[in-house]
Write a protein that binds this ligand. Structure first.
Ligand code: ARG
Length: 295
């Protein structure tokens, strides 16, 4: 079988190239065992032609292997029959400083996934919070060094942003999504370096006021074009140096390379039929970085 993750090792090495450093990550992912497009809750989903389960699994497995080959830890969540979108693990919980905020899904089709995420985290963390407000976790939350960007407009409610701010003690900046094709923040914006708040985004996915805010707060952000966005190219995962990018975002890959990152293209074409790609499949588990006594 041919690999579905194609390495692109070209990184600028000139004196002006910024130095990008990777840091080790822990991810939670869920195999696409029951993945299907049996309902439509976003415009990418067209129920009808059957999903190629073997292809979905091969593509997803190549992503897992690529993370592991880069030195990252990938934990697995048991897939549950009847929950075809569970492969999109980013939506199940948000973990910041070891504090877990369970999701509360906007649609009944996905509602039952939240408890499975909560149960998985409860066996590993003493701090799992059940939310009052609707939130689809990392689908709509992007974690920066000291702040969090939060999307609203289609899934996560603005009330959830306040709940997350209270729980984490971090400022949460609300951004309004306006295009149903970009129904989650993580298909419109990606964090590339979470120590320096460097990111990439697709402006037309946001309201004019949110576009203005993004431009003011992040003047050095990389700006994706229509073609990048159309293949869900913003749905990236970055470890600070390597950026796993949905295949086809050629313009974005060029920007990433010029900015000193090492982009790796990932073909998740079968999962794209559910309206998700790399980041959607990847929940980051952010453990506390401070406060441990040395021994
Ligand atoms: N079919 C899923 C839904 O509409 C896709 C979720 C994609 N996940 C994400 N983090 N954007 O909910």
């Amino acid at each position: 079988m041919t690999s579905t993750v194609l390495a692109r090792p070209t990184v600028l090495t000139g004196p002006d190239a910024p130095v990008r450093r990777a840091s080790p990550r822990t991810y939670l992912m869920c195999p696409p065992t029951w993945f299907d497009v049996s309902y439509a809750i976003n415009p990418w989903m067209r129920p009808g032609p059957p999903v190629d389960g073997a292809l979905a699994l091969a593509q997803w497995s190549a992503l897992v292997e690529s993370y592991r080959a880069a030195g990252h830890r990938v934990d697995l969540l048991e897939p549950v029959p009847g929950l075809p979108d569970m492969v999109f693990a980013a939506n199940g919980a948000t973990v910041i400083d070891g504090q877990v905020l369970q999701a509360r899904f906007a649609t009944p089709e996905r509602a039952a996934e939240a408890a499975h995420h909560g149960a998985w985290h409860a066996t590993r963390s003493s701090s799992v919070t059940l939310p009052d407000a609707v939130n689809e976790a990392e689908g709509d939350y992007a974690v920066l060094a000291d702040r969090i960007l939060a999307g609203y407009g289609f899934r996560t409610s603005p009330a959830a942003h306040l709940e997350l701010a209270r729980l984490t003690g971090r400022p949460v900046i609300s951004l309004e999504l306006v295009d149903p094709y970009f129904y989650h923040l993580d298909v419109a914006l990606t964090v590339l370096d979470d120590t320096r708040d460097h990111l990439a985004y697709y402006p037309p996915a946001f309201s004019p006021a949110s576009q203005q805010l993004l431009a003011e707060l992040f003047p050095d952000a990389l700006i994706a074009d229509d073609a990048d966005a159309a293949c869900l190219g913003l749905n990236c995962v970055s470890d600070g140096r390597t950026v796993w990018v949905p295949a086809g975002a050629d313009h974005l890959v060029g920007l990433l390379t010029a900015a000193g990152y090492a982009p790796v293209e990932v073909d998740l074409s079968e999962l794209l039929r559910g309206g998700g790609s790399v980041k959607c499949c990847t929940q980051e588990i952010r453990l506390p970085t401070k406060g441990f006594a040395s021994c």
